[in-house]
Design a protein around this ligand. Sequence first.
Ligand code: BGC
Length: 763
Amino acid sequence: MNKWIRQKFMPCSPLGENHSKITGCEKHIRLSRKAACEGTVLLKNNDALLPFEKGTKIAVFGKSQIDYVKGGGGSGEVNTAYIRNIYQGLKLKREQLQVFDELSLYYQSYVEQQYRSGETPGLLQEAAVPEALLASAKNFTDTAVIVIGRFSGEGTDRKNDGTDDYFNLSETEKDMIEKVTANFTKVVVLLNVGAMIDTSWFADNPGISAAVMIWQGGMEGGLAAADVLTGDSYPSGKLADTCAVSLDDYPSSEGFHESEEYVTYTEDIFVGYRYFETVPGKKERVVYPFGYGLSYTEFSLSDLSVCDDKKNIYLSVTVTNTGNRAGKEVVQVYFNAPAGKLTKPSRQLCGFAKTRELLPGDVQNLQLSFAIEDMASFDDMGVVAKSCKVLEKGDYNIFVGTDVRSAAETAYTYTLEENQIVEELHSYVAPEKLEKRLQADGTYQTLECKEIQRETFPCVYQIPVKPEETFQLIDVAQNKLSLDTFIAQLTDEELCHLVTGQDNIGVANTCGMGNLPRVGIPGVMTADGPAGLRIKRECMIDTTAFPVATSLAASWNTDLLEEVGKAGALEVKENNLSIWLTPALNIHRSPLCGRNFEYFSEDPFLSGKMASAIVRGIQSQNIVAVPKHFACNNKETNRKNSDSVVSERALREIYLKGFEICVKEAKPKMIMTAYNLVNGVRVSENAELLWGILRNEWGFDGTVISDWSNFANHKTEVQAGNNVKMPTGEPEELFTAIAAGTLKREELCVAVKYLLSTILWLD
Ligand code: BGC
């Protein structure tokens, strides 16, 4: 049996065709470029300025054309052979565009000098525009491109306080924009960002004709941007977040930096478009709505039909390319649940589908469906039925369109005469300190703060008789004995060792698990993602950097994400690594969260579908996918000690929803708990969350691992259902706890069983 060859021998065995290397290969880099184009969102395109006509002369302003941000910093950073910046990308299109080099070279020397003086790439201040260059650029052309870039990373949030602007423009940026719009008649803006930033300055500015979200597009992001500008490709992305007029318009802004100790989620379920489209007076605060994105062509939707079979709702719609260029359209389905005893958002995404490439005149019929149950709400107050998912009686209206705002109500309505309980769940992880929460009419509901007795989950594991001879793990794979009997032969010390992270082997640099040679348990290594396989520079292995998750989500293309997941997993496998710490799917609650670039969206349904697609792709290669950070790690400041105070309903409907979709649909083999606390309890010590919700209610049967070097207690983690502590644990303390009778051998056996089941799944 050729099992665990890679884990055991670390062969330098390439996985590509004809024994070629696949890590960082041309095919994957092409996929990265394609994905970057596919996630590009065209926000504005007056007089069809884009794509540029052949021969257009352009002057490119902004340091970010050189200081291009391919992705964010921290564990999500990917080391590549090269990064193609925007200027380089545009220069590769010399047959189609003429770039005013003198200006770009000015920015190049500025950026190089800043790097030499130790400034952090991506975080450079904008360079002032020299008058002489402005004048010569104006002589060269009437068309300018402005590039605005933003960088953020793990461990810190942005402040937007004038010293550390993310959302707002800096004074130098404003000055540049003013000068450019005053001197050029045609102006295009490119936004090289990983999260929402201010878009109000160009939306209604007649001096700016076009604006494109190119996001942080991975290692070929500069070329992908050039592909889109020249029309070699086209934008077909849609916003996965709402663009609001100002940072203060996002309801999370009020308390985001209030305390390092806690974050209070008073906006409750009204996150993103659920807030802007529902709460009176907030629609006007939106610049570009969720789901929005233009194309170089035009589409029409027709022949819409909707029906149901009391279980699912089915839709059929025809998309026609009525314009004169190729493109793809995304059809989005939203529902509006009746406002009953539970407050409801006016729209919730429940389905979407993207067309294939449609040439002018092409027609495609799309079929979509979703479960009626998916329209239920979680009743955490018992106003209809306590701790149940409930469909309240009344009319459920369905909206179909190409963004949340313009989606039109269909002729179809699903009506319920009586309230219907969809699922009876439990009251888990309830808040003790949430004083109020927002409702649809903009008022706050006052909540009672009280101490809550948390549920315990006694261990019910039965230890079988210890076998007389020693077996190897491979014997379990060959059905010679059960996993439980195999575990029975392990000493207490060995069990403590197995619930603890293990040292790096090979090119791994985030440690691993397993590693018990006496009984043939291989050491299986982890590696970071999500925008590509991260291997430390010192290992001299260049991998492929794909576009960041925000960009991938904006593609609304699950097939593409599956392809990216598969490609990334192949790179993981070729390097003899087994566990890819990917995808990350925390909710974009605030534009200031330092790790938004690693996460998909403000919407849990879109996040869940995108994560599921990536997990399917990864696990198709027998590489373990690890959705993270479960859950409510929506802020980086003091992330290991910050308490996310949130209602049970918002937890279920917003912050856990994406994980639930992913766990149920794609069956990831592992999940990573978040550093933070939720309602006063650290996630990795949170039995209600891990045993109650994740395992008992959702049926998760993979391994739960901690985030790296958290502040939690190892014994409490094991008992709460966090199976392995990474990257190292406290095995000696566990051993002492067994002796003291405060930790049971059975509890360790359960944790080890989950881990070994995952290792057995590896090929
Ligand atoms: C991050 C995780 C990452 C881990 C290992 C932690 O700091 O939060 O996302 O996978 O480090 O590098």
